[in-house]
Design a protein around this ligand. Structure first.
Ligand SMILES: NC(=O)c1ccc[n+]([C@@H]2O[C@H](COP(=O)([O-])OP(=O)(O)OC[C@H]3O[C@@H](n4cnc5c(N)ncnc54)[C@H](OP(=O)(O)O)[C@@H]3O)[C@@H](O)[C@H]2O)c1
Length: 279
């Protein structure tokens, strides 16, 4: 199985590079000697990051792109392939989420979440995987979430998008491993990034806040996982214990999920559910 033990001279592409985990990852891979293509919608944030990378002696390509738009992904993939001849490491990281009761969640946003979090990674992988397969070498990382394995309440559409991403990654990993392409799926717990706005942070119990992981620590764990040829990474590692409990003690697991779940910002009360039913 191919292990990515050195990034020197490699060509990387990181989606969601304008903020949080993607930004930290792009900076780190550039520092380790890879050229890095930066993908997100906010062109100015990408340009500022590219300047920072170039200032440190690295090489960066700015690719403003909405990952949910297939034609934009295909055009951006063309640009990076004609500039660099291909990409060795693709990190499907762009995504967003929020807490919202299912009954209050508008379908348009649910569709959009699936398009960004799931189809965005699928489009990028469709565009860049053929080059990896023809070179007989490549790495694809999908940044899912622990809720890509655990159905947290009040996050239904986000959970669905992250389960979909994890399913795609698992199947693809088996399909392409004999052709030299390694797929890693990352299942992070809460990371300290702008993903959580002020309002979400205010609702979060202080114990949960204190357990949030720093993006740089997760970046280090991702690079170590790639160097060791690991196919899955849950971070922090202790969270993986929940998968065992889920498999062995499903009733206890559901009780625990209910207790640990972050309260929804705007819960639906019984009177409102009854009113909705009557409409
Ligand atoms: N933070 C957490 O606790 C946590 C936990 C588990 C998993 N994750 C996952 O980790 C990944 C990174 O999240 P983060 O915590 O770093 O959040 P973040 O700081 O909010 O960054 C999200 C990134 O995704 C990009 N993005 C969003 N929609 C996009 C679109 N339509 N097209 C292109 N880029 C888009 C954003 O860029 P633009 O706005 O410039 O487009 C931004 O760069 C996400 O997939 C998230 O689901 C996060």
């Amino acid at each position: 199985m191919p292990r990515l033990t050195s990034l020197s001279g490699r060509r990387a592409l990181v989606t969601g590079a304008s903020s949080g985990l993607g930004r930290a990852l792009a900076l780190r891979v550039a520092r380790e000697g890879a050229r890095v293509a930066l993908v997100a919608r906010r062109a100015e944030a990408l340009a500022a990051l590219a300047s920072e990378i170039r200032g440190g002696g690295g090489d960066a390509l700015v690719l403003p792109c909405d990952v949910s738009d297939r034609s934009q992904v295909e055009a951006s993939a063309e640009r990076v392939q004609s500039a660099w001849g291909g990409v060795d490491l693709l990190v499907n990281n762009a995504g967003y989420g929020h807490h919202r009761p299912f009954l209050r969640w508008d379908v348009e946003d649910m569709e959009r979440m699936m398009q960004v979090n799931f189809l965005g990674g699928l489009y990028w992988t469709k565009a860049l995987l053929p080059g990896m397969v023809s070179r007989g070498e490549g790495w694809v990382v999908f940044v899912s979430s622990v809720v890509g394995r655990i159905g947290n309440p009040d996050e239904t559409a986000y959970v669905a998008s992250k389960f979909a991403q994890a399913g795609l990654a698992e199947a693809l990993s088996i399909e392409v491993e004999d052709r030299g392409v390694h797929v890693l799926t990352v299942f992070p717990g809460a990371i300290r990034t702008p993903f959580f706005d002020e309002e979400a942070l205010a609702r979060m119990p202080s114990a949960a806040k204190s357990q949030m992981v720093e993006p740089e620590d997760l970046v280090g764990a991702i690079l170590r996982a790639l160097a060791r040829g690991r196919r899955e990474l849950t971070w922090p590692r202790a969270l993986a214990g929940a998968y065992v409990v889920k498999a062995l003690l499903p009733g206890f697991f559901r009780w625990g999920v209910k207790r640990a779940a972050l309260p929804a910002p705007d819960p639906v009360d019984e009177a409102e559910s009854a009113a909705t039913e009557g409409e």
